[in-house]
Design a protein around this ligand. Structure first.
Ligand code: G
Ligand code: G
Ligand code: MN
Ligand code: NA
Length: 249
């Protein structure tokens, strides 16, 4: 309840922040995108990651205004970067409320950011409850020229036909598969077949949660084009990433 009240006031008190994590080209190491990850500077509890409050935000409907804030902030931030893209997580209610395409369109018009520099990450679970209205939102977003990624792939059961139908450009393999690479030979086989699937559908594969050089080598061998994880960088304020050379402001 107290978390709920605090969350209500967090927007007006300007307590939210975005950290960013690099998504790098597996071969060249060049940064392609920065993924925006929401943080809350809680007045008493300090820095909170979304796991601590996202459920409450969804239950209370606060996720919509918070999601809008994230999108605006991320797009404005990206305008100050040297050409790399920004990737923003959107949740089920943002997709099903139907206002997302209009919001994205206005933001792109207002800022002049090239649509291809904005990637929207939609979890596989959103695509499980396929409906005409979700299909319409996805199609309108595609038509705007933004790039769509299916997030946490392998943890839900999205039908392959929905992937094909919507032409997501990017498939993000859930970090649980990457984490098992060192110990479980099946994980490598699964990743290999996900990469094959993505190739067939003309999608780019991002492996998430890459923590070791061994994992990186296996992923490159399997044909993953992009990598993300603590091996490269933890999520951080963009100024920190800039001083470490991941982005030029
Ligand atoms: O670093 P991490 O703890 O940031 O993120 C935890 C989870 O919260 C991840 O599943 C991530 O996708 C989700 N998440 C992070 N930022 C956002 C956001 O801005 N919007 C939504 N909907 N989810 C987010
Ligand atoms: O669901 P999504 O993929 O958007 O979530 C990203 C989450 O993964 C964030 O909580 C982020 O902090 C976390 N994360 C990013 N890289 C790594 C990593 O290398 N290892 C682990 N364990 N978590 C990671
Ligand atoms: Mn994500
Ligand atoms: Na993920």
């Amino acid at each position: 309840r107290r978390l709920r009240d605090g969350l209500r006031q967090a927007l007006e008190r300007d307590e939210f922040d975005l950290f960013y994590q690099p998504i790098v080209d597996a071969r060249t190491g060049q940064v392609c995108h920065l993924e925006a990850l929401l943080r809350w500077h809680h007045p008493e509890r300090g820095l909170l990651a979304p796991g601590a409050f996202l459920d409450v935000a969804e239950e209370t409907g606060l996720i919509d205004p918070i999601g809008s804030w994230v999108l605006q902030r991320a797009v404005h931030d990206a305008c100050g970067w040297d050409g790399i893209g920004v990737s923003v997580n959107v949740c089920a209610t943002q997709v099903s409320s139907g206002t997302l395409p209009q919001e994205v369109e206005s933001l792109l018009a207002e800022t002049g950011l090239a649509p291809s520099r904005l990637m929207l990450e939609i979890t596989e679970t959103v695509m499980m409850e396929r409906s005409d209205s979700i299909d319409a939102v996805i199609s309108r977003l595609s038509a705007l020229g933004v790039s769509l990624a299916i997030d946490d792939f392998g943890t839900g059961y999205s039908s392959l036909s929905s992937l094909h139908h919507h032409r997501f450009q990017t498939l993000k393999i859930d970090r649980s598969f990457v984490g098992r690479l060192d110990t479980d030979p099946k994980a490598q086989a699964i990743i290999g077949s996900l990469v094959g699937l993505a190739r067939t559908l003309d999608m780019t594969v991002v492996a998430e949660g890459v923590e070791t050089e061994d994992q990186k080598a296996m992923l490159v061998n399997s044909g993953c084009q992009m990598l993300q994880g603590y091996l490269f960088s933890r999520p951080k304020p963009v100024l920190d990433l800039a001083s470490e050379g991941f982005v030029r402001l």
